[in-house]
Design a protein around this ligand. Structure first.
Ligand code: C5P
Length: 311
């Protein structure tokens, strides 16, 4: 079921729609591999104004349809993270997961922007509203963490310090709004492959101490975009570049355009460039779009709130 321009009608009777943002990691320090195979992380997340919309409505059985960005790359079977989210919250609420889920995607698939996690977070919130489960925000956050490391953050939004495998969140004091240009690549990168490449590079040696997010948190507190641009950091960046060498040409192109800073988003391949203001973002986006190095570009601002009911 694909609607004109990949959109759903404005309202579907008995349906609940949730809008959910993408995330970028302003800082991502990757520590040791844990016994469960995940890596210890210290990360500073920011939610940005690039959104998926997820609509759930009662149906005879659990089903899923994908519209918009990356149709055909998103699995629509049982393993889809949104379907898993619906089954998980149904089990907790003691109801059958009999919903149809429409994902209207603007967040690229496997782009390092937590698109799948965003759809899971939105589905949790939408099913919570549809079934009136009465779960409090802590319980929802715990369900989110079971579904993936980034799911609690996109549920909550704004800016947060993540630890553990990324699922433990603490508030971060920030001022101002930041103007980002995202350079989207052709095709995604699989997150486990990028972590595996980092492990291979480190060769089992004790992981090098990353600088820590202190300077970055100070820049956010001061609302100082110039200082923030200088300290964007991602330990996965070199591994992503090794797997997709053209990422380094995209980062170079951003630098040559005079951006405040550029960084690979999560496990890549999307690159985020911090610009001075809305006009500067328009200039950088146009130049990158014309560079021939990227599939497409998006402008976004952050921080923005997390998953929210639309109707
Ligand atoms: O938690 P999530 O399912 O999003 O993680 C996807 C994959 O990314 C994991 O299976 C793992 O390979 C890798 N990962 C990791 N350490 C983390 C988060 C993710 O190794 N802290």
């Amino acid at each position: 079921m694909v609607h004109e321009a990949g959109r759903l009608p404005d309202s579907v009777p008995g349906a609940v729609t949730v809008r959910v943002p993408a995330k970028i990691n302003l800082y991502l320090g990757v520590g040791a591999v844990r016994a469960d195979g995940y890596h210890d992380l210290v990360t500073v997340y920011q939610a940005i104004s690039l959104y998926d919309e997820v609509t759930v409505r009662p149906a005879a059985r659990l089903g899923i349809a994908v519209h918009g960005e990356g149709v055909g790359q998103v699995p629509t079977g049982r393993d889809n993270l949104a379907a898993r989210a619906a089954r998980r919250i149904a089990a907790v609420a003691g109801v059958r997961p009999s919903v149809h889920i429409d994902l209207v995607k603007a967040i690229p698939v496997a782009g390092g922007l937590a698109g799948g996690s965003a759809d899971a977070a939105a589905t949790l919130l939408a099913c919570d509203a549809l079934w009136q489960t009465g779960l409090d925000s802590d319980r929802l956050a715990a369900l989110a963490a079971e579904l993936g490391s980034d799911v609690p953050f996109v549920l909550r939004g704004r800016t947060a310090l993540g630890s553990g495998r990324g699922e433990q969140l603490a508030a971060v004091l920030t001022r101002g709004s930041y103007h980002w240009v995202l350079a989207l690549d052709e095709g995604g990168l699989e997150t486990p492959a990028v972590y595996a490449e980092l492990d291979r590079e480190r060769g089992g040696a004790p992981h090098p101490e990353a600088p820590g997010p202190g300077d970055l948190l100070a820049a956010l507190r001061a609302g100082d975009a110039v200082a923030l641009g200088r300290v964007l950091h991602n330990d996965l960046q070199a591994a992503a570049v090794r797997l997709r060498p053209r990422i380094s040409r995209v980062l170079d192109a951003g630098r040559e355009l005079g951006v405040l800073g550029g960084v690979v988003c999560g496990s890549g391949p999307t690159c985020a460039f911090l610009t001075r203001d809305a006009d500067d973002a328009t200039r950088v986006a146009a130049a990158l779009a014309g560079s021939g190095l990227v599939r497409t570009v998006r402008r976004a601002v952050g921080p923005v709130p997390g998953a929210a009911l639309l109707r």
